[in-house]
Design a protein around this ligand. Sequence first.
Ligand code: NDP
Length: 453
Amino acid sequence: MADKYDFDLFVIGAGSGGVRASRVAAGLGARVAVAEERYLGGTCVNVGCIPKKILVYASEFSEDFEDSAGFGWTVGERRFDWNRLIANKNTEIARLNGIYEKLLINSGVTILRNRARIIDAHTIAIGDRRVTAKYLLVATGGWPTVPRVPGAELTITSNEAFFLDRMPRRVVIVGGGYIGLEFAGIFHGLGAHVSVVHRGSIFLRGFDDDLRLALAGEMRKRGIDLRFDTLVSRIEPRHDAAVHVTLSQGPPLDADLIMFATGRAPHTRGLGLEEAGVMLDGVGAVVVDRYLRTSAENIYAIGDVTNRKNLTPVAIAEGRAVAETLFGRRAISLDYDNVPSAVFSQPPIGTVGLTEAEARQRFGEIDLYKSTFRPLKHTLGGRDERSFMKLVVDRKTDRVLGCHMIGADAGEIIQGFAVALQCGATKAQFDATRALHPTAAEEFVTMREKAPD
Ligand code: NDP
């Protein structure tokens, strides 16, 4: 009966989620094919997390060189070569692409390098072939969106930012989300003058307000020009490939590069989803139930294409869950609480659990613990940067609901505390945990004074 179809599972999209689903399903004995029209590894590996973090590392050296003087160093002439960085980054990404390919092949997954289109619930057109499958998994991710603005054709998105043929000297970034703020830090650290244009009164919607304000302060100290409550009205070309950017308020900006980081849309258009009975929401995201099943009985969807928590580790967990549900011993529905996330801004942010505002709304009475301090490294280094940490605690049960940080290594630190929150740790258990001295992380277990409401 199984042979009624060419494959047991046909995965569309070989990003982090699609690859994980394919490998786990194949490991459970399913006959799996994965279609990919672009690059193996998807956004995260090719134009997201990985190359982004590489560029963040590159950009952090400038501050390290400056701060080293207080520790006795004299650093010679500094020169930065953008093309060398991009070439080395490309080599590393190509290596990762190869690893992804090997992992799939070694798992026995058939890789089809072409665009797939769903014909009906069990049939997929791929190139000039048609294949059938018992189950389909949509893992096509998302794609940057640019609002309609006169001159929008002169802008780039994060997709292109990773491949610029030269380093811009003046950069305008539009959007105050993860991507905009990470690239603001990257371009600033590499020596560009950066302006961030954000439509709201403060960026990073959804993050704890104290972190949002702290990051704005730190970015301003570094000399990044923040334009809040401002929209781009018009972009016009100037000589030398530069642009002139007119804003809804405030002085215009001249720049070599204008990058829109105004969000990403689910990649669902032209896939044949509606024809197969798959329901999409108002922004084109695939609607799924708690088992990641779409409105079509045999079609599942994971990751950014469902537009819920658009983070790589979530897509990976979802990929595994679908494979286990379909070919393993039991149906798996995931828990989406306490998913940590980091913004690799400079300084970085790490966060897990509820913000103060969310906790107040859901739990009413909460206690807050806050700590602001100058990191030890900056005492001799001389940098005027403050780290900030915050705990949000449920007054009734003493459970820690949220753990938030801005400062060096915030992502690394918060990953550990995510385990504590996942275990339901109380503030008393945080207090009973011995500090590891001298670290920044120890602040999370030594905060004793409640912050005033
Ligand atoms: P986000 O949705 O995080 O941010 C988009 C930003 O653009 C917001 O500040 C938003 O403002 C603004 N915006 C949206 N539409 C417009 C418009 N028409 N005009 C002006 N401003 C606009 O998207 P990103 O592109 O930064 O990132 C996409 C997703 O990728 C993230 O949500 C995240 O899940 C994931 N990601 C995760 C990373 C990580 O974990 N470190 C890194 C990069 C991406 P407003 O707040 O007012 O809506």
